[in-house]
Design a binder for this molecule. Structure first.
Ligand SMILES: Nc1ncnc2c1ncn2[C@@H]1O[C@H](COP(=O)(O)OP(=O)(O)OP(=O)(O)O)[C@@H](O)[C@H]1O
Length: 227
């Protein structure tokens, strides 16, 4: 489903973000991406939805050659990938419902479909009773759940989460990972970057460690031990 072949990223200022990355991610995998600050985790995630363009190698995502994708076809790629960020990126002047619906309206869905999909996504993250609340009336964990609802509303096959628990306490972090696991059980491919090694132990999952822009290790772990 996702395949990187000798992928490199050199930023405009000459910094090497990624160097010779090779990886294959199968449909339905839950992949954790760990590594020190500045290692290249975000760069790796940004390659998948063409938020950043690779400068070497080939990236295939669901049959699309991402590295060579014409910019007019980038929206087609992005519709298949939900993205969740550390800082939620919610629109403060919009309610929970509007934040989720807005993303669906933006891709031109008819209003009936927008409503049905937004309501279903908000229900999945357990926020039906807060649909009319504004982001500043919600806890951090709730705000991240809105961001997840927004990411999954149009039923993408792939979810990329870049440090989604970075601003949350342990209880809310576990809740977010549990929602991602539930989505994974439904067949979605989840790729999550995290500094929080405590979160990576509950079940067998694949963990890659990125360091200095390369994949340092790629293992299936039932328990990840910090040094
Ligand atoms: N837009 C950019 N322009 C120039 N250099 C960049 C850019 N984005 C990232 N980098 C550099 O690329 C390297 C990898 O950064 P990246 O953000 O991918 O690391 P990270 O592992 O996600 O770090 P963190 O855990 O701190 O978020 C770093 O040296 C960083 O400074």
């Amino acid at each position: 489903m996702i395949e990187f072949t000798n992928v490199s990223k050199k930023y405009a200022n000459g910094v090497i973000g990624l160097h010779n990355i090779n990886i294959q991610i199968e449909p339905g995998e839950f992949l954790f991406v760990i590594g020190p600050s500045g290692a290249g985790k975000s760069s790796f995630l940004k390659m998948i939805n063409r938020q950043e363009k690779s400068t070497g190698g080939q990236i295939m995502v669901k049959g699309l050659n991402v590295s060579k994708l014409n910019r007019f076809k980038v929206p087609k790629l992005r519709r298949q990938i939900g993205v969740v960020f550390q800082d939620f990126k919610l629109l403060q002047k919009m309610t929970v419902y509007q934040n989720v619906a807005f993303a669906l309206e933006a891709i031109g869905l008819p209003s009936k479909e927008v409503r049905a999909k937004a309501v279903a996504a908000i229900e999945l993250v357990g926020l039906t009773n807060k649909m009319r609340f504004y982001p500043n009336q919600l806890s951090g964990g709730e705000q991240q759940r809105v961001a997840i609802a927004r990411a999954i509303a149009n039923n993408p096959d792939i979810i990329i989460a870049d440090e989604p628990t970075g601003n949350l306490d342990p209880e809310n972090s576990t809740q977010i990972v549990n929602i991602l696991k539930k989505l994974n059980d439904e067949g979605k491919t989840i790729i999550m970057a995290t500094h929080d090694h405590e979160l990576i132990f509950e079940q067998d999952c694949r963990v890659i460690t990125i360091d200095h822009g390369t994949i340092f290790s790629d293992e299936v772990k039932g328990y990840y031990e910090t040094n």
